[in-house]
Design a protein around this ligand. Structure first.
Ligand SMILES: NC(=O)c1ccc[n+]([C@@H]2O[C@H](COP(=O)([O-])OP(=O)(O)OC[C@H]3O[C@@H](n4cnc5c(N)ncnc54)[C@H](O)[C@@H]3O)[C@@H](O)[C@H]2O)c1
Length: 320
């Protein structure tokens, strides 16, 4: 696929971060896009911006969908085919994802399963729903977003990331398994797996929302102290301090990243155009991949592994 012009792409989680940038950049290159998100307002706004940047004839539609609910994914599929008057799609970016439930030991089961359901089942349901339409394209690409946490299952010392890593390993394994499956059974479709390092987005704030929590300013004392347990909080921190800490964590993660969402989306699109099946996003992701491959036994011995993740601002925050 040399160009996205005249194609139809599906982008999940298109209302923020890398998804919003994928929608904008695809549309700017003359690719029609159907974008969905949990958050109806943000995806509508992202589609409006993308439309204003797009050449004539490029259609960008916004849809509300929770990808962890198969019925909603099927409704999204039917809705977009009707609105784009199409019987196929050319590209599917399964990008929607959240963090949370870092600890299997400490965090609640419902939170753990919510994170896993979005990050794994969301990708699975989209593959089920859209594969026949990618086959119908005759030249389809399925692009699944994993993470460096798809090959390295921690955020560093004291920062387990269990639900997210389990799901992201599954996304990577599924995508790799599809390589031979598609080659054997549907050679008109290929698959790529995206593994970003730290990219500056609002994923911390969006994660809280996806877990049903209000903005930090409106959280109750119980909500905020459950979210940041005493052993992780600065000594003597009050609930108000914790609320401020959450706002700062999101801003810090977004504003101190080595790569912006726009830069990350450009890397992803270059990778897809080049035919790569494995798209590492950012120098931090490349270095970590090299380190873990070179010394798998040292993966969880942070001193031995090297300077990562100290080199990555925000790696000690909640996402990866
Ligand atoms: N930002 C990073 O550093 C980083 C690193 C590695 C991987 N990733 C992955 O990249 C992808 C994009 O993340 P981002 O950083 O741009 O985050 P983001 O929060 O800015 O964007 C994700 C979007 O997905 C939406 N979403 C969440 N749950 C959804 C659901 N159930 N159904 C539909 N939409 C849903 C959110 O509302 C949000 O608009 C995610 O899969 C994330 O896990 C991010």
């Amino acid at each position: 696929m040399d160009s996205f012009e005249g194609k139809l792409a599906v982008v999940t989680g298109g209302g923020s971060g890398m998804g919003r940038e994928l929608v904008r950049q695809l549309a700017a290159q003359g690719c029609s896009v159907a974008a969905c998100d949990l958050n109806a307002d943000s995806v509508a706004a992202a589609a409006a911006v993308a439309r204003s940047d797009a050449p004539p004839g490029t259609q960008v539609t916004a849809h509300t969908c929770d990808v962890s609910d198969e019925a909603q994914v099927l409704r999204f599929r039917d809705e977009l085919l009707e609105r784009h008057d199409s019987d196929h799609v050319d590209l599917v970016f399964s990008n929607a994802g959240i963090g949370g439930a870092g600890s299997f030991v400490r965090d609640g089961r419902a939170e753990w399963e919510r994170t896993f359901a979005i990050d794994w089942w969301g990708v699975y349901y989209c593959a089920r729903a859209f594969l026949p339409l990618l086959i119908a394209s005759g030249d389809g690409v399925l692009v699944n977003t994993s993470s460096v946490n798809g090959f390295w299952a921690t955020l560093g010392p004291g920062m387990p990331n269990s639900a997210y890593s389990t799901a992201k390993f599954a996304v990577k394994g599924f995508s790799e398994a599809l390589i031979e499956d598609l080659r054997s059974n549907a050679p008109q479709v290929r698959v790529a797996v995206v593994m970003p390092g730290h990219v500056g987005t609002d994923i911390i704030a969006n994660t809280l929302r996806a877990h049903g929590l209000p903005e930090p300013e409106r959280m109750t004392d119980d909500q905020v102290t459950e979210l940041i347990p005493a052993e992780l909080a600065p000594e003597g921190a009050s609930p108000d301090d914790l609320r401020r800490l959450l706002v700062q964590a999101n801003a810090g993660f977004r504003d101190n990243a080595p790569l912006s969402a726009a830069e990350a989306a450009a890397i992803i699109l270059d990778g897809v155009r080049s035919g790569a099946w494995r798209i590492l996003v950012g120098e931090d992701a490349e270095k970590l991949d090299e380190a873990v491959r070179a010394r798998p036994e040292a993966a969880y011995d942070y001193d031995q592994l090297g300077r990562w993740p100290d080199t990555v601002p925000g790696a000690g925050a909640q996402e990866g």
